[in-house]
Design a protein around this ligand. Sequence first.
Ligand SMILES: Cc1ncc(COP(=O)(O)O)c(C=O)c1O
Length: 339
Amino acid sequence: MLPETDLFQTPLLYFQSDVIAENAAALRAALPDNGRLIFSVKSFPEKSLLESLKPHVDGFDISNSYEEELLTQINPSFLSVVGPLASTVAVDSIPGKSVILYQDHADDAISAGSHDLLGLRVRVTDYFQTSENTQIFTRFCFGRNELLKRLRSSADDIAFHFHAPDHRLMCVSLFSSFFESLQQADFALDRIRVMNIGGGWNTSNTDRLRSVCNYIERYVTAEIHIEPGAGLIHDAGVVICKALRKHTAGTQKYLTIDASPELHLRWSLPAFLDQERYGGDDEIQLCGPTVFEGDTVPIRGNFDVIKCGDLLVLSGLVSYSVSWNCTFNGIPRISVCVG
Ligand SMILES: Cc1ncc(COP(=O)(O)O)c(C=O)c1O
């Protein structure tokens, strides 16, 4: 059910909280009893959505001080932290020291931040040059004496925190090489209190999630945390926008709308929700009002039936759209409504 059209301004991102609740329930069902489902705030840092997610998740994952500030308004019971924060309050909720095995960065330096998190960053290029997860983790985690020395000498419990942009890397073979490397290094596995296995989890990979969790439980009794962003919300929202202008150039068909693919639909491949009316095989470039040449995204539809002024509802929205939302060239931020 969409909101009454005279009650909102376009463009609007409209989320259905029941879809979010279903996604959360499916992911939770794949976790062990002591698992925690955490929402990764970077994928949608917006207050009304976070409020609506709160009853369905065990906590939130934040990565910068903006998200931290947003979360103080939500008052979550649990926070997971990767990036630099403004205060140490949130860090206090992290059990023991966290070792972050993160694979998004260009440098592979071990860093000990001001709040005493140990970080190990793995080079993306190196990571992808080999298909053998074993080598990668042996090389980048346990070849590094400093990290192991610090882990061994610290009396704290340890929270391991993994994340890779390609979620398929989060598989049983990764964790078998991880635990075996720790055992070879005489690291006491019972010191591991949390295994956070990052984002990328969604309703279509719950079988892998279940088998990874079962596998981890063979080695440790730690809580298993997941922190999906996209997987909780990607299919729960639509963008409601207006058709502003149509034109053709040669065989190319252009439709300008008041939402911006660059600012409001980032990483989306939209489709018309109303397929009966707008569905078709014409290749149409949806153009935003930013005057960027890159502010376009392809969509299939029936170009002739679309009239200027029509209200269009686009599905196929992925998350992260609001994360990139700015007011470049005077384009207003998209409004968000959770129903
Ligand atoms: C540390 C960390 N956790 C979780 C996520 C969320 O990933 P996704 O939206 O693919 O679930 C990200 C995304 O970059 C991340 O960097």
